[in-house]
Write a new protein. Structure first.
Length: 271
């Protein structure tokens, strides 16, 4: 009798452990948003192909796409997002027309992942939504302008973070470099930066300045990762950038650890 009872208990524990492992091993579902209400970046089809391939090759996540105004209305709602673990805004621009922006932001804050590339900070400007800065506060920056495309030598400020640990400093990349109205070191954990204005044809080219190129942050229980890179096809197709994105995904899903506490000075990176 005791042997049968012990056997039943053992089977129950094994089933429970197997179920817990299966749940933990489930693939993360990512909704990639490429709908734009403003400027349409020609790199978007390439970004979709790259993200699909990364999902297929790496096996820990799957992707679906939100490409149209109608998709936004149905997919970027609490009902439409109920089976997703995170969203990726790949070069979105303008007021996307999310039915309830506050509900969407609450969904992120409640424990989901938000990732954005390049023009994700050119999305939901306060002037497009009656001065509201909720989206800008979530993502951590607001696009201002850019100059000519150019090569920059980016400083890897956190060499231990999953999104940057594969990069050597300086990380040289040729891309369109954004200048932001708002992106403050005191509010984000900086991953990549420049310590001077890029050589992009601007009158202040080469002058000392703090350009934040990639960062992450906590947002309530959620995780936010943003990279200002990703304007060019060649950037998306590069192994360095793809690993940058993969690391951001793994960090945002809690699969790999990385700091998210803001640091004020570049010299504090890695402490």
């Amino acid at each position: 009798m005791y042997r049968i009872l012990a056997l039943l208990v053992g089977i129950t524990l094994l089933v429970s452990a197997t179920a817990a492992w299966a749940k933990g091993g489930e693939k993360k579902r990512v909704l990639v948003v490429t709908y734009t209400a403003g400027f349409y970046h020609s790199v978007i089809p390439t970004s979709e192909k790259v993200l699909q391939k990364l999902a297929d090759d790496n096996g820990f996540f799957t992707v679906d796409f939100c490409r149209t105004k109608e998709d936004v209305k149905s997919m970027l709602t609490l009902t439409g997002l109920k089976d997703y673990d995170g969203v990726f805004f790949a070069n979105t621009t303008g007021n996307l027309g999310i039915p309830n922006l506050y509900s969407f932001l609450y969904w992120i804050k409640s424990g989901h992942a938000f990732l954005g590339s390049h023009a994700a900070t050119d999305t939901y400007h306060p002037g497009q939504i009656r001065g509201d800065k909720s989206y800008i506060h979530m993502i951590g920056g607001q696009f201002k302008t850019h100059g000519h495309q150019c090569e920059v030598a980016a400083i890897v400020e956190d060499p231990s973070h999953p999104a940057t640990k594969h990069l050597k400093t300086p990380y040289k990349v040729y891309d369109e470099i954004y200048e932001h109205i708002e992106n403050e070191r005191s509010k984000v954990h900086v991953l990549l930066s420049l310590d001077r204005h890029p050589d992009d044809g601007h009158p202040e080219a080469g002058q000392p300045e703090d350009f934040l190129l990639a960062w992450c942050k906590d947002y309530g229980k959620g995780k936010v990762f943003y990279t200002a890179l990703g304007h060019r096809d060649e950037v998306w197709e590069s192994k360095e950038f793809q690993q940058h994105i993969l690391g951001g995904l793994k960090w945002a899903f809690g699969m790999e650890k990385g700091k998210s506490v803001p640091h004020v000075f570049a010299s504090e990176a890695g402490r």
